[in-house]
Design a protein around this ligand. Structure first.
Ligand code: PRP
Length: 177
């Protein structure tokens, strides 16, 4: 499988993360937000975004697994790893690499909201255009991208390509969504 067209260069991603980090720094002045990365894909955005936030942030991670086709209809995801800490009263920012159908985030945000954080926000580097099946407000969006299958910067195809420092379209998935 070959990586096709580069959709976002490392420089473009860097510049966008600068903006996102600056916005979060401004919005959370005087606060100590908890960044929650959704494994695995978000690990790279989490690391690079966090370095641009000039606040005393803390980190936690969740891991989820979709039930394949069932997820598309029900939006049910299996929680593989929950947060290590309580979030009641905390300012929580979920960090994602990509929002596709939005079903994963919809499930996670409902689950986290029930734990009564002081606030809950969402930062996502990529948002696929026109594919969200649920209304998701992305407080800190990076790029809106076409519905092609993309890899790199944390995103994989069968476990590979996560380490690419840019985002590219997989050739054989062009236009397939
Ligand atoms: C990706 C991504 C989001 C989810 C978005 O994770 O990191 O969590 O899919 O899709 P949705 O908006 O349609 O719910 P994936 O399931 O590929 O797992 P990974 O991060 O471990 O690769």
């Amino acid at each position: 499988m070959k990586v096709g067209k580069v959709l976002l260069t490392a420089q473009e991603i860097d510049a966008k993360l600068d903006e996102m980090g600056a916005a979060i720094t401004t919005d959370y002045q005087g606060k100590s937000p908890l960044l929650v990365g959704i494994l695995k894909g978000a690990f790279m955005v989490m690391a690079d975004l966090a370095r641009r936030i000039d606040l005393p942030v803390e980190f936690d991670f969740m891991a989820v697994s979709s039930y394949g086709a069932a997820t598309e209809t029900s939006g049910v995801v299996r929680l593989l790893k929950d947060l290590d800490q309580q979030i009641e009263g905390r300012h929580v920012i979920i960090v994602e690499d990509i929002i596709d159908s939005g079903l994963t985030l919809n499930y996670l945000m409902r689950s986290l909201r029930a734990r009564r954080p002081a606030s809950l926000a969402l930062a996502a580097l990529l948002v696929k255009e026109g594919l969200q099946r649920v209304d998701i407000e992305v407080n800190y969006p990076g790029f809106r991208i076409p519905p092609d299958f993309v890899v790199g910067f944390g995103l994989d195809y069968e476990g590979h390509y996560r380490n690419l420092p840019y985002v590219a379209v997989l050739e054989e998935h062009l236009h397939s969504g």
